[in-house]
Design a protein around this ligand. Structure first.
Ligand code: KIV
Length: 256
């Protein structure tokens, strides 16, 4: 297992910010996808809790367990050696400092290089970092809060929300996060955060000004045509050749 050290990961993010190297990230939940992504030279692969919706067929991410993420991280790890392997801490696994550290250690044992957690959970970020595991923070639309929020929406449209996001972004940086995902953040606010922080921002649905971009792989290649976020333009429609191959197989099987 080729897990990366804290300093290698931290250096990658520091150098990326300093040299304006844009960071490209996609999700993977299984070995073949991870291996193909790795072969493209992608910077970072996320085993996200989006697996609840994309792979497990749940309506949202709230039912994903730590065991789900551990299982998928171990499969993805077998296909990844160069890219950074990032794993999500799902809902309910970081409610206090002790559980945040224990959950992160489990994901690290399963094969993750670093962990990501949603929200400005400053004590948790500090403790995970102190335990030697690099953290990616995640602000903006927090999908784990969807049952409270009721709908997915852009954050930072009002000046109060924009100021709060800026404060939270500085706080997660000061707590020791190595990078920050900004999900569905108003592009002007994402741009301001990006220009003020020393750590890189990775955007999703937050405009072009972040230091990198992240997408759910299945959205990028059109493999879940029943759910298409407005900010994603699929690069290819894999659902159509997928179904054609299966129909051809059915046809060939039945005429023999
Ligand atoms: O779970 C996930 O895939 C994510 C990305 C949307 C950033 O958190």
């Amino acid at each position: 297992m080729n897990k990366k050290s804290f300093s290698v990961i931290d250096d990658f993010f520091t150098n990326s910010k300093e040299t304006h190297h844009k960071i490209a990230c996609l999700t993977a939940y299984d070995y073949p996808t991870a291996r193909l992504l790795e072969e493209t030279g992608i910077d970072l692969i996320l085993v996200g809790d989006s697996l609840g919706m994309v792979v497990l067929g749940h309506p949202d991410t709230t039912q994903v367990t730590l065991e789900n993420i551990e299982y998928h991280v171990s499969a993805v790890r077998r296909g990844v050696s160069s890219s950074i392997l990032l794993a999500d801490l799902p809902l309910g696994t970081v409610h206090d400092v002790e559980s945040a550290v224990q959950s992160s250690l489990k994901l690290r044992s399963a094969g993750a290089d670093m962990v990501k957690l949603e929200g400005p959970l400053i004590p948790q970020i500090k403790s995970i970092v102190a335990s030697g595991i690099p953290v990616m923070a995640h602000l903006g639309m927090l999908c784990q809060q969807i049952l409270v929020e009721k709908k997915y929406r852009i954050k930072g449209k009002t000046s109060e929300e924009a100021s709060r996001l800026l404060r939270e972004a500085h706080a997660v940086e000061e707590a020791g996060a190595s990078a920050l995902v900004l999900e569905l953040v108003a592009p002007s606010v994402a741009q301001q955060i990006t220009s003020e922080l020393k750590i890189p921002t990775i955007g999703i649905g937050s405009g072009p000004h972040c230091d990198g971009q992240i997408l759910v792989f299945y959205d990028l290649v059109g493999l879940q045509p029943w759910f298409r976020p407005s900010f994603v333009i699929p690069k290819v429609d894999l659902a159509t050749p997928f179904k054609k191959a299966v129909k051809d197989f059915i046809h060939e099987t039945k005429i023999k």
